[in-house]
Design a protein around this ligand. Structure first.
Ligand SMILES: [Ca+2]
Ligand SMILES: [Ca+2]
Length: 255
């Protein structure tokens, strides 16, 4: 009688232990989910602020005067000015026209993979009120080269593509909510008429600067390497290279 009672007690204990292990596992998984959700929220908040600064600067080019004898030359000069002042590649920094802090940053050692993140930092921090808009958790020098980057909730760099000509929803999946083709419900960007492309192979669409966190998986899954001298001259910029990687990205196009 005693033996059967203690065996029963042992089984009870095993059941309780199994339950506890299951509950602990569920608790840990729940905490991981909650942790990722809070990192995502933090990232969205940082990208929202960056978006305000970048779009303010982007819109300001409507009013910039540039030299040129005809409209086409003036437009190309305006594009060049945008490249010098909002570069997303170090090769676009121009020693006569780029802002001093960008030229200074160009003098430091840098790696290609972080170019747009380090340049985004220089572009935004060169604007009034940017200095006080970001806290220490939103800024880091992830590769330790002396040039800061804005970082997402996971501590990874936030990247930038000035003219993401390939970042629209014609790749079989929705990448961008705002950079859609032939959608008249979308507010036009300041340069829409100039930025639209009339090409039989490619639909018309407006090009808006893209600010990207790679999300939890640390991979953007989009092409950041290419660059063009006009907004639509390289339609591979911002295009998807790995659908599974860009799926969890957080961008200003999807806020
Ligand atoms: Ca750095
Ligand atoms: Ca990703």
């Amino acid at each position: 009688m005693n033996t059967s009672r203690s065996a029963f007690t042992l089984m009870e204990m095993l059941v309780v232990i199994a339950l506890l292990v299951t509950l602990m596992g569920m608790g840990a998984a729940g905490m991981r989910v909650a942790d990722n959700m809070s990192k995502e929220t933090r990232t969205r908040s940082t990208i929202q602020k960056l978006n305000q600064f970048v779009m303010e600067k982007y819109a300001s080019y409507q009013y910039r005067r540039v030299p040129g004898n005809n409209a086409q030359t003036r437009l190309q000069n305006l594009y060049n000015l945008m490249r010098y002042e909002m570069p997303d590649h170090w090769s676009e920094v121009n020693n006569s026209y780029s802002p001093y802090r960008i030229r200074l940053a160009n003098g430091r050692s840098h790696v290609t993979g972080l170019a747009s993140a380090e340049l985004l930092y220089q572009i935004v921090m060169g604007m009034p009120e940017a200095e006080s808009a970001f806290n220490s958790l939103e800024i880091a020098d992830t590769d330790g080269n002396g040039l800061n980057e804005f970082v997402d909730g996971w501590g990874n760099p936030i990247y930038f593509i000035r003219w993401p000509a390939g970042h629209y929803n014609e790749h079989g999946c929705v990448i961008s909510k705002i950079q859609l083709s032939n959608d008249t419900s979308i507010a036009p960007c300041p340069f829409e008429s100039a930025f639209r492309r009339n090409n039989s192979g490619i639909s018309n669409y407006a090009v808006f600067p893209l600010i990207i966190s790679a999300g939890q998986d640390r991979e953007t899954g989009i092409n950041q390497d290419a660059s063009g001298s006009t907004p639509c001259s390289n339609t591979s910029v911002g295009s998807a290279t790995d659908a599974s990687a860009y799926y969890d990205n957080i961008t200003n196009h999807n806020l």
